[in-house]
Design a protein around this ligand. Structure first.
Ligand code: 4AD
Ligand code: MG
Length: 480
């Protein structure tokens, strides 16, 4: 008797072997055929019971959703739907599921909307779609580590509670242990954070970059992969309040090297998934094609999911300066016909997602790396170019996703960095440790941040970012 996962049994050619499997009932028909799923694969294992010789009480309890244990022999299936089946010799009900109650949940075998699935996020991992997405997500995170570890990057765990605002955008969740009904106050009525747990104001991190920089300037090349938090009130299909970010940081590397790294990295992890998650990807591709059919013709994609992934692998990302992009946008049809919500009038305008999508999906029709943005629409730490008005920033834009990566060459010159911080009213006392790295052996260095959920979204073809993370946190929603 071999105890095995269904994924292993479906690959086995050891017919007549005795197996022991445990999983959850997906369906039970004719009092004979159980479709069993244990999460190891998309596919179910058919388990055939001899109902004449099975206790009636047990048969009654073989309901959709129930957890069961099955022992039996692997046989070639007589049905045409599957190659194999388990001829059951022993069955045990491990956990019952009441059919009347199951009927009211997403476990019931019919098509449920993604919204309904989200409301029952604790059960959705038992559906085909969400199960496939979560298996891909897991493999993707392994591929992320493999890519960097194989190339001598060191994994660094940057703090989740910080005292600084890495992006300077002020979109932070506060962390306090004070009694909010009765906080300690200063004489002027403001909150006295000196009395708080850390003796200062703290928040959840928006990015591990600044801390990662200090590590790159010692370990050479590092990466973070952890949760980050943004209190931005963006209710879109691409924003989460809690998301996972991958942030490599490399000493002695300029913006060109940074772009090369990002492109190579993304291609590697996509290739890894194409090679290692074939079955789930094929299912997700078919799912997306069916979804597409419900959309108006103009919104349908001309490639299916697998074609799209291969397209990204096989083509160079188009590298375009911000200045070139503005020219393209200014002269574009939707700009001239005032179809954009934000009309591009002049150099310096911040790009909205409608502009990014136009560039990627309509103009270039491939992933695009935009670089050298105006300094005043980007964060304080980016390296100022010789022109004095642009910085060595880069954003990578993907079809259907928009911005998937944001990165830059960092300002390594102490005086220029200090000047910039003064301009933006960022107190030096808050970032004294960051400034120290520019005093003691400063050097050219670069890095980027890739939003992991946006990567999972692209890889799985899911339309909404809430459906690629186990328990999404969004405005007005922190259930589970
Ligand atoms: O462009 P962002 O804000 O860059 C940084 O945080 C830099 N410190 C990164 C670095 O250079 N080390 O965020 C980076 C990426 C975005 O391109 C996007 O993919 C993702 O993080 N992202 C989000 N993903 C989901 N929900 C949100 N609210 C996101 N905000 C950013
Ligand atoms: Mg960005």
């Amino acid at each position: 008797m071999i105890q095995a996962k269904i994924a292993e049994i479906l690959k086995s050619d050891q017919f007549l072997q005795e197996y022991h499997v445990q999983g959850w009932v997906r369906s039970f028909r004719s009092n004979r055929f159980i479709a069993l799923n244990d999460g190891s694969t998309l596919k179910n294992l058919q388990c055939v019971i001899d109902f004449e010789n099975t206790d009636e009480e047990i048969i009654k309890r073989i309901n959709v959703g129930a957890a069961i244990s099955v022992k039996g022999t692997l046989k070639e299936s007589q049905g045409s739907q599957q190659r194999e089946e388990i001829e059951v010799s022993e069955i045990e009900i491990l956990g019952d599921a009441n059919p009347e109650e199951v009927k009211l949940t997403i476990l019931s075998p019919k098509k449920h909307s993604m919204e309904k699935l989200r409301e029952q996020a604790h059960l959705r991992v038992r559906t085909n779609t969400f199960g496939a997405v979560m298996r891909v997500r897991s493999r993707l995170s392994f591929a992320v580590h493999k890519y960097f570890q194989d190339r001598n990057f060191f994994y660094v765990n940057t703090p989740i509670i910080t005292g600084s605002d890495a992006e300077g955008a002020g979109e932070m969740f506060k962390v306090t242990a004070m009694d909010l009904k009765n906080p300690s106050k200063n004489e002027d009525g403001s909150i006295n954070y000196k009395e708080d747990f850390f003796g200062k104001e703290t928040n959840l991190t928006v990015s591990g970059q600044l801390e990662a920089e200090t590590f790159a300037l010692g370990l050479g090349q590092v990466y973070t992969f952890g949760p980050t938090f943004r209190a931005e009130n963006s209710n879109t299909s691409r924003h989460l309040a809690e998301f996972w970010m991958i942030e490599p940081e490399v000493a002695f590397c300029d913006l060109d090297g940074n772009m090369d790294l990002a492109e190579d990295f993304i291609k590697y992890v996509l290739k890894y998934i194409i090679e290692n998650c074939k079955e789930d990807l094929e299912f997700l591709a078919e799912r997306q094609e069916n979804e597409d059919k419900l959309k108006p013709k103009a919104d349908r994609s001309d490639m299916n999911l697998l074609e799209k992934l291969n397209f990204v692998l096989e083509n160079n990302f188009k590298r375009v300066s911000y200045t070139e992009a503005i020219e393209i946008l200014k002269n574009s049809k939707p700009n001239k016909k005032k179809k954009f919500n934000y009309i591009i009038e002049e150099w310096g305008a911040d790009l909205q997602s409608e502009h990014e999508r136009y560039l990627v999906e309509k103009h270039f029709k491939c992933p695009v790396i935009l670089f050298d943005y105006p300094a005043n629409i980007k964060a304080f730490y980016m390296r100022l170019n010789e022109d004095g008005k642009t910085v060595r920033a880069m954003d990578i834009l993907f079809p259907g996703i928009g911005e998937i990566v944001g990165g830059s060459q960092r300002e390594e010159r102490l005086d220029v960095l200090k000047e910039k911080m003064a301009e933006l009213d960022i107190p030096e006392e808050e970032l004294w440790w960051y400034l120290d790295t520019r005093k003691f052996g400063t050097c050219v260095h670069s890095g980027f941040g890739l939003g992991f959920e946006r990567l999972v979204q692209f890889t799985t073809g899911m339309g909404n970012i809430r459906d690629v993370i186990p328990f999404p946190r969004t405005p007005q929603n922190a259930e589970f």
